[in-house]
Design a protein. Sequence first.
Length: 327
Amino acid sequence: MLYLVTGGSGSGKSAFAEDLICRLHAENNGQKPGRLFYIAAMMPFGAETRQKIRRHRTMRRDKGFETVECYTAIETPAKEGGPVYEAAVQGADAYVLLECMSNLTANEMYAPEGAGPGTVDAVLRGIEILCSRCRVLVVVTNDVFGEGEAGTGGMKEYRETLGEINRRLAKMAGQVTEVVCGIPAAVKSSTAEKEEGAHMKVITGGACQGKTAYAERVFGVKRWMDGGSCGFDDIYTCTAVRHFERLVRRMMEAGVSTEALAREIAVRNPDIVITVDEIGCGLVPVDEFERACREQTGRICTQLARAAGRVDRVVCGIGVTLKGGDR
């Protein structure tokens, strides 16, 4: 889940963000081992910046953070070989604090190795990839919008770019908090049931129970992708997919990792409608791959249901709402 923390200079937003991610990490650590990462985006230029870096290091000392310096290409820690990726592979949930978006944006815009005119797309793509690899991502950003008109063309461009990134991150986030004089104010709040993918609909049930017709009638679906034949990346762009269990099987047969599939769908395609056959009931298959496929599909569907805004089960053409809706 993505959390966005904003505030002015010296507002206490960094302390709040650190307390937030440490609390979330502690709450879940009894269930599954987790690793804390601090992604530092501030380049050490000059005495003033170095002093800020020392102050932040002091703040997070003895809190268990693994520090990763990443000034551009924020997806790097989540790509293969990066520490967040390795944590996911090892089965340890990653809890990531990124500080801060204002520095990252400036680096991408002005550093020789940065994205330049493509800064907005580069940053948002990186955040999406990072979200897909970690359980919790807390992003700190600056409120630089309180003064009047920016003095120079470069300052205006920077402010407009950061403003667009902040708006789009806030839309993605499950929770947005503004810190004012050390006091956190909820701008957008959520519960555990309202994570990325809160508008997602999941319809489950046995084979030939009328799930497709139910989704078309209740949710107005008109166009479908079929999990038995669509491209693997189509799941992130389509309006609706049926036979989702077939997509999972095909990915497993091709050796494509499905560990982060549910999380990536929730982040990248939160309005999708998914129908999936229940394949977890009945006798345990003798074939090893069939057992693995059945178990993995069940795990993924459990994660999707947790993130979804509504979950229905269809039996003999009759839908029963298990989560969300007017029950």
